[in-house]
Design a protein around this ligand. Structure first.
Ligand code: OGA
Ligand code: NI
Length: 372
């Protein structure tokens, strides 16, 4: 216990030095609008990371699509066939699309289009909301603070919805005028959906339905939103909109652009381009659920490619454990034959690695293994 405490302090000290970005921030939107004929070096990925270095799956391949209609009957008992589809998707893919998920299609469209309008504001009007690596809240253009890093071709906006003491409307945009209200409602609906999915995740592992939720801190979970804006890119074959990563949190509910593809999911040694179904959400397992499930569920690598024809907007909603409780494999899921693969760590501690290093495939969760 004492040892753990000491480690936390070291991490906190490291964190507090990250008050500013290591280099002046350049908005990708500004670069895209300056009619560049070539791509600035900062955005040229090494050959091994470029979009075409790993084979792409045949165009028709897609992640599983699961219809949630009738998932919970009136008496609260879940539908076994839908549960089985979710179980397989979490184990084999770490990613799936859901239909009839209970969030109104009009609300989904309003959420995305309000953000599109925000990103279409002139860059200088968005600078009021510029973020720092301390909390990441606000308008940003890089992840990670490593000096000289090759950057991704995207701008973003990051904000907290839960816990309530972190939700601060002053850190949310005030334009378009409807954006705060729409995002607030959207957030509540998506939290609701996450609650239902969490029950299924527990039941599918033979646990009581509230077990995952309780391990996340019950009502005290965290929820935040990252809105990604991927401008048109002059040399899309050399860049990435978002580098390969797994999501550090619990579970992500992604609302993709309704017109433009871009998200790719790694399956075996291929990249699968997700073909979003109209008004579906894309659900994916994050590192914290992989850890709680002792790796029964997989937090899978994904990335975003860009194109020279069209911009793309996506909303990534992160459903996270309460940030100061240790997350470790659930006791019922480990035994002498199936020992815990991960030592306990709070999400606060875990997130610091990511915030320092930026997206790096699955290296974060893979380095966080129990000593053998
Ligand atoms: C993310 C993410 C995918 C996308 O924000 O973590 O993976 O399609 N986004 O923008
Ligand atoms: Ni992601």
């Amino acid at each position: 216990m004492t040892k753990n405490k000491k480690e936390v302090n070291i991490e906190t000290r490291k964190g507090s030095t990250m008050d500013e970005w290591p280099e002046p921030i350049v908005r990708v939107q500004s670069l895209a609008e300056s009619n560049l004929s070539s791509l600035p070096d900062r955005y040229i990925k090494p050959a091994s990371q470029r979009p075409t270095t790993i084979e792409e799956a045949p165009a028709a391949t897609n992640i599983p699509i699961i219809d949630l209609e009738g998932l919970f009957s009136e008496d609260g008992s879940p539908d076994e066939a839908i549960m089985a589809q979710i179980s397989e998707a979490c184990r084999e893919w770490g990613f799936f699309q859901v239909l009839n998920h209970g969030v109104r299609p009009e609300l989904m469209d309003a959420a995305r289009e309000n953000w599109r309008e925000f990103f279409h504001l002139p860059v200088n009007e968005k600078e009021t909301y510029r973020n720092s690596p301390k909390t990441y809240e606000g308008y940003g253009s890089r992840l990670g603070v490593e000096k000289g890093a090759i950057l991704d071709w995207s701008d973003y906006y990051f904000l907290h919805l839960l816990p309530l003491h972190l939700k601060d409307f002053n850190k949310w945009p005030s334009f378009p005028p409807t954006i705060r209200e729409v995002i607030d409602e959207y957030g509540k609906e998506v939290v609701n959906l996450c609650g239902r999915v969490m029950k299924v995740l527990s039941l599918n592992l033979g646990l009581k339905e509230d077990e995952f939720q309780d391990a996340f801190g019950g009502e005290n979970i965290g929820a935040c939103l990252r809105v990604n804006y991927y401008p048109k890119c002059p040399r899309p074959e050399l860049a990435l909109g978002l580098s390969s990563h797994s999501d550090p949190g619990g579970m992500t509910i992604l609302l993709p652009d309704d017109q433009v593809f871009g998200l790719q999911v790694r399956k075996n040694d291929m990249w699968i381009t997700v073909k979003p179904h109209p008004h579906a959400f894309i659900v994916n397992i994050g590192d914290q659920i992989q850890i709680l499930s002792n790796s029964a569920y997989k937090s899978v690598e994904h990335r975003v490619i860009v194109n020279s024809e069209k911009e793309r907007v996506s909303l990534a909603f992160f459903y996270n454990p309460k940030s100061d409780i240790p997350i470790q494999p659930l006791q019922e899921l480990v035994s002498t034959h199936n020992p815990p693969l991960y030592p306990p760590m709070t999400f606060d501690q875990y997130r610091l690695f990511i915030r320092t290093q930026g997206p790096q495939g699955k290296s974060h969760v893979e380095s966080h293994v129990s000593p053998r």
